[in-house]
Design a protein around this ligand. Structure first.
Ligand SMILES: [Mn+2]
Length: 319
């Protein structure tokens, strides 16, 4: 069972979770795959229960073990690296950082985020990821780097670079560039640190150095890709076929990519023949058009359209 982009929507999360629990008990679903962007309400007007949802996933994992797969989305990513994320006037990250600090479970949740996979492959040839295929992985070597990505390695490179710098000077420059009076105000806002003694105090600076590591854009592109809306459907088809070929390395041939990430009126869309775009809540328009995917991972799929009969709703009173 695949669900995507719940964006802090507890009601949607509860419906999908309960559906999985019921299906699992009947032997009709073995895996629950949350395809990223579980957190951050889409708009400041929407309720945001991101932290409750993440802690509930931890509880589900304690019960169902590896059957609960949570993939990394572009909204989980900034919290791993201490970036801020915003769109227009909406700042997504400070609220979650604040609840994270208040929860007393930061280390546990960061441990979860650090280990979130980017891709799941199936024997039947459908791979699942958050956003889609990206052009950044242009060689097999780059694709392998992405598949074996290590956040801690990137963070320690950035820490090494930061250690060679005049840190107080960088803090002042960072504040100046952000047009605020002090770095401390920024660190409190974006990292929910307690003050200058907090071990995470300089994580905004570290995040800045992460962005400068050559090759980091590989990860960025993979989680933020806007697919055919970026490069056109024809070019995207080639990108998609290339990505599926990389995903097929040393495994069953992968022929279809399932991803969410983008606004999808009606809850699903077939893109470039091989990409099934899924929106389970916030991106569905209306929200209640949101769908989940339930398919047999061993049955071969050849086209995204093959999965269209496997889409279901939790917003209707059917069982
Ligand atoms: Mn996304």
């Amino acid at each position: 069972m695949v669900v995507s982009d719940l964006h802090g929507d507890w009601d949607a999360y509860r419906r999908y979770r309960d559906r999985f629990v019921a299906l699992q008990a009947r032997g009709e679903a073995d895996w629950l795959i949350l395809a990223g962007d579980l957190i951050h309400a889409d708009s400041p007007a929407d309720p945001d229960d991101s932290l409750e949802m993440v802690t509930n996933v931890l509880a589900l994992q304690a019960t169902y073990g590896e059957a609960i797969i949570y993939l990394c989305g572009n909204h989980e990513l900034p919290h791993i690296y201490g970036f801020s994320l915003s769109k227009g006037e909406t700042e997504y990250t400070p609220g979650f950082e604040a609840t994270l600090s208040q929860s007393g479970r930061r280390a546990e949740i960061m441990g979860l985020f650090d280990g979130l996979p980017f891709f799941v492959r199936t024997a039947g040839g459908a791979s699942i990821t958050h956003a889609g295929a990206s052009r950044a992985a242009t060689t097999k070597r780059e694709a392998l780097k992405l598949f074996r990505w290590n956040h801690q390695e990137q963070l320690s490179i950035a820490e090494g670079l930061l250690a060679e710098e005049d840190v107080p000077g960088l803090r002042r420059a960072y504040a100046r560039l952000s047009q605020v009076e002090s770095y401390e105000a920024l660190a409190r806002r974006y990292l929910a640190v307690t003050g200058p003694d907090d071990p995470r105090y300089d994580d905004l600076l570290r995040g800045m150095f992460v962005m400068m590591i050559p090759g980091f854009d590989l990860l960025w592109e993979a989680l933020f890709t806007t697919c055919e809306r970026n490069e056109g459907e024809e070019a995207y088809e080639a990108t998609l076929i290339q990505m599926l070929a990389y995903l097929s390395e040393g495994f069953d041939e992968q022929r279809v990519l399932v991803a969410g990430h983008m606004k999808t009126p009606g809850g699903h869309q077939v893109v470039a023949g091989r990409h099934l775009r899924l929106a389970s809540a916030a991106h569905a328009r209306p929200r209640e058009a949101g769908l989940y995917l339930l398919f047999d991972v061993a049955r071969p799929v050849y086209q995204a359209a093959d999965l269209q009969t496997n889409l279901f709703s939790v917003y209707q009173l059917v069982d």
